[in-house]
Design a protein around this ligand. Structure first.
Ligand SMILES: [Ca+2]
Ligand SMILES: [Ca+2]
Length: 108
């Protein structure tokens, strides 16, 4: 069965609109949902870690080292990524390289 090219293009744009409209696209580390990862996100993660309940905190994007807990290390990773000391984590589906992070942070 041959699928027409216009149909594929239409399907692609429909998918993009759906993802955008539903907010299904998440940026790991962007805990204040402003679509960028910066020092404000690191600060927000740190505030969450010490027991504050930051307004608008997106917990789903906070575990940047993908160890299933939110700690001060997650804030540190975002801060170090922001100043370009380490590569920024992208997601937990194998793209975050723990070995590379350990090498950059701990020299191991
Ligand atoms: Ca952000
Ligand atoms: Ca974590």
């Amino acid at each position: 069965m041959k699928i027409k090219k216009p149909f594929i293009v239409l399907l692609f744009f429909t998918l993009i609109i759906f993802i955008t409209a539903t907010g299904a696209y998440a940026i790991l580390g962007d805990v204040n949902n402003d679509s960028i990862v910066n020092i404000l996100d690191a600060l927000m993660i740190a505030r969450y870690y010490v027991g504050f309940n930051p307004v608008g905190f997106n917990i789903d994007n906070a575990d940047v080292d993908c160890n299933n807990v939110i700690t001060i290390l997650d804030a540190l990773i975002v801060a170090r990524c922001y100043v370009k000391l380490i590569p920024c984590p992208t997601d937990c589906a194998g793209r975050w390289d723990q070995a590379l992070y350990d090498q950059n942070v701990f020299g191991q």
